[in-house]
Design a protein around this ligand. Structure first.
Ligand code: ARE
Ligand code: CA
Length: 466
């Protein structure tokens, strides 16, 4: 994509100028991201320095615009206006967050909701704006919305019908008609406002529900280097597939997250066919790999905090293998699908991470989990950097084990069994000598290309030259 190419060129010149390399100079496809779901702007700002030190290149923050009022987390997915005033903070909080993160070498990507507005007949938004379902003063009137006329209630009923998916209402949310020039202009104005505050790019929420031909003029109207991450959920047998959007941005590969759940939660790692594993996925340089996001942690399609240790190991495998641009996920504990984070006076309270964040912790309702602070995450980002650009070779696979060499540089292996300790002798092309497991700090010896690895239940080893 043009954005990636421009960044790569820029990178080369920056490297030549500065003579040193930081993670920030890397093209987007070799960066590591983190979704900080429902983190208020002030908390993101406070976290950014630590994130930069950990090797995290970008954060994805929740939708920042004025939204409907309510305590469920998903109110932020019903825009009332594009003012930056929400339960996560105001415009100056947002601006300060972007600056602070930038100084820490962390780019901010913003979740933007441009497919639709609200599902309410009428109301008053978080910042005091009065609206009706098809009328948003100063932004959109009734003519700016689709009236699909394909289902009784105008809502999407059948994902097998492309026209429904793109012109009817997702969950009853008034559906903007992005083929209209004034709708495009208004959306572009909103995105430009965010870019002027220093953000690097966007997650386009519900991108699947906007025809590629309607999204293209919006993408084209923005500066070339803008990063777009598109939410086009892969659905088996559906007429709309992620590949139809891949010239417009990077796309989450939902089958990657789904398969990670089956490998770790259902312990089906022995069934992977390494030769064909990625064949039905988006190409690596177009894909965002991930273990979960805010939808999949609620709809049981992916691992979540009910399988913390598995979540941690799956995250390690994702960081160890070269597929896609990995996005980490950090969230809060809940019992109820709708439950938003704790609030005071209508604002989400500052995030408090556990004092000792590990995947063995237990939580109360709506405690922040801070998965990204687990020690293994920083270590595996380090592994990823150290083995960068090397091929995957010498795959090891048994019923419970899956591992591979990153050619000549490192070795990663994971045991998905909650009960069995496993030992394997692996053949490698690693030069003989001693290797350090970044995860445990133990030293292993490679002799005549062979290495003996013993893994406790639910554990991993990530070796690099000592
Ligand atoms: C809430 C209530 C609803 C109510 C609605 C309107 O929960 O009961 O009807 O309000 O009053 C989020 C929440 C929703 C919430 C919504 C609006 O998840 O619960 O609705 O905000 O406040 C499809 C889309 C995909 C979408 C998922 C959820 O393709 O784009 O559905 N994901 C994004 C966000 C969501 C967000 C929205 C979109 C809306 O990530 O968090 O909703 O802005 C198959 C298909 C998929 C389909 C999936 C689920 O797998 O292949 O395409 O995903 O089924 O139906
Ligand atoms: Ca639509």
């Amino acid at each position: 994509m043009r954005a990636a190419r421009t960044i790569a060129l820029l990178t080369t010149s920056l490297l030549l100028l500065s003579g040193c390399s930081t993670k920030q100079d890397q093209p987007f496809s070799s960066q590591v991201g983190l979704q900080l779901f429902m983190w208020p702007w002030q908390s993101v700002a406070s976290e950014c320095e630590g994130l930069g030190n950990q090797g995290i290149d970008w954060v994805l923050v929740s939708p920042p615009q004025e939204h409907i009022v309510g305590s469920a987390w998903w109110t932020v997915y019903q825009p009332v206006s594009y003012q930056l005033q929400s339960r996560l903070g105001n415009r100056s909080d947002f601006e300060n967050m972007v600056k602070t993160c930038d100084q820490a070498g962390v780019n901010v990507l913003v979740d933007v909701v441009i497919n639709h507005m609200t599902a309410q007949d009428s109301g008053i938004g978080f910042a005091g704006t009065s609206f009706e379902k098809y009328n948003y003063p100063g932004l959109y009137g009734p003519e700016d919305f689709h009236n699909c006329g394909l289902t009784a209630g105008n809502s999407i009923e059948n994902y097998g019908d492309a026209k429904q998916v793109q012109t009817c209402e997702l969950l009853g949310l008034s559906d903007l008609d992005q083929s209209r020039p004034n709708v495009q202009t208004t959306i572009v104005g909103f995105l430009n406002d965010l870019l002027n505050l220093g953000v690097t790019g966007f997650r386009i929420d519900a991108a699947k529900h906007i025809a590629p031909s309607d999204l293209e003029p919006i993408v084209s109207a923005l500066p070339e280097e803008t990063i777009f991450l598109l939410e086009v959920i892969r659905g088996a047998g559906e007429p709309i597939q992620p590949e139809q959007y891949s010239n417009l941005g990077y796309i989450w590969e939902f089958d990657y997250a789904r398969s990670m759940r089956s490998y770790f939660e259902d312990q089906l790692i022995g069934y992977i066919d390494p030769a064909t594993r990625f064949d039905s996925y988006l190409p690596s340089d177009r894909a965002i790999s991930f273990i979960s996001n805010h939808d999949t942690e609620r709809n049981s399609q992916a691992l979540n905090f009910n399988y913390q240790r598995e979540f941690e190991l799956a995250t390690s495998l994702m960081l160890a293998e070269p597929y896609g641009t990995p996005m980490l996920y950090s969230s809060y504990y809940f019992f109820d699908y709708d439950a938003g984070p704790t609030e005071e006076n209508g604002l989400v309270t500052a995030v408090a991470c556990p004092t000792n964040p590990t995947s063995d912790n237990s939580y109360e309702d709506r405690d922040w989990i801070c998965q990204h602070r687990w020690a293994s995450v920083e270590k595996m980002i380090r592994f990823r950097d150290l083995v960068d650009q090397t091929a995957v070779v010498n795959t090891v696979q048994t019923e419970n084990l899956f591992g591979f060499e990153r050619e000549g540089k490192g070795f990663f292996i994971v045991n998905v069994s909650p009960e069995a300790e496993e030992t394997v002798e692996a053949q490698t092309t690693l030069p003989d000598g001693s290797y350090l497991d970044l995860l445990s700090d133990e030293v292993f010896e490679v002799n005549a290309g062979k290495i003996t690895l013993t893994l406790k239940p639910l554990s991993a080893i990530a070796l690099v030259k000592n």
